[in-house]
Design a protein around this ligand. Sequence first.
Ligand code: G3I
Length: 382
Amino acid sequence: MHKSTSLLVGLFFLFVTFLSCEGGSPETAATQPETTTPTTLKAKLKDQFYLGAAVGKAQIEQGSPATTELIKREFNTLTPENDMKWENIHPERDGYNFVTSDRYVDLAESSDMHVVGHALVWHSQLAPYVTEITDSSELATHITEHITTIVERYKGRIHAWDVVNEAFNEDGTLRASHFYNVMGEDYLAHAFRAAAAADPAAKLIYNDYNMWKPAKREGVVRVIKKMIDAGVKVDGIGMQAHWSLNGPELTDVENSIKAYSDLGVDVMFTELDVTVLPNPWDLEGADVNQDFSIYEGDEKMDAYRAGLPDSVQQQLAERYTDIFALFKRYQDKVSRVTFWGVHDGHSWLNGWPIAGRTNHPLLFDRELKRKPAYDALMMEIK
Ligand code: G3I
């Protein structure tokens, strides 16, 4: 962060802290006559990119009205966190379950939100029967049926799809998933072609974590370029953005924005959150297969159970300010920024990589209040 920016964020943070001590808040303090100044981050960024959140099943099925209100007020795009993954939406070979996914789309439509379907083809959260299909043409046919059934159902109502999720290893080679093992690299192009045929207007995205890493970036660029050159419709690259207070370096992120947009596609930050808790092995990204259960209950790994101290709130505010300054600088290339969760109580990071922790990675706290990071973004992002 530039020193002057850091100073401004620091001063603003002190101001917000002062107001809170006085029992006020920037919102209650702002009792001046109404102006056209945006009062939400979504409104402030409306001409630059979509601002969204992933929403989970508990919220969709029996969530609090206050959280629904917050979702509608603060975000203009929504991603179902788990309910469109294969094991949930297509659990049996001949059986689909659209009950919950329909609810997401209804909620989004009730406030005119952009909807992202997540994720059509992913090795994780896959229905078990799929791994029994070991013939390549049979698997290809089944992928087509899966994609066609889901994408056609929501044609014109789901506006973008994570078509393939997490297909690459960290070194840029293709992950030896079931799809890869049976069909080879072709499964990616096959999935994108099926999605394009099912809804030609939908934005089709390749989505992955650690997309800032140079080796992974090179692998993704190589394969996606080959697909685009072969006439396959790919509209966007999703950089998940499960980050921390210290990493990744934003120069690496910037290099990836340039490299992916050079392919002629949009860049989306699809799963943004910033962990404030220590990561075992200095963990990066979001490989869900690692097991750190030995750390469960370890207080050193879960230091903010009682709340986030002011000093860390400020670090989070500075980190988010730097991140959004970068997004804003590349606003002609970045078309969406989605947070992975609505508020801290909803975040998957309370359960991963160590279960039962109290993390604080988002812009809203467990009481749905704006955190200093939100206020800093409102002040800093012009
Ligand atoms: O649905 C069951 C529920 O019936 C049961 O009571 C409960 C008890 O643990 O578990 C529920 O399932 C959990 C599910 O989330 C819904 O809460 C799973 O155990 C849990 O593994 C699952 O975690 C999800 C994770 O993907 C699984 O891969 C997280 O919520 C979700 O945030 C996370 O999202 C992924 C993206 O899809 C892809 N990128 C990485 C990102 C973070 O891992």
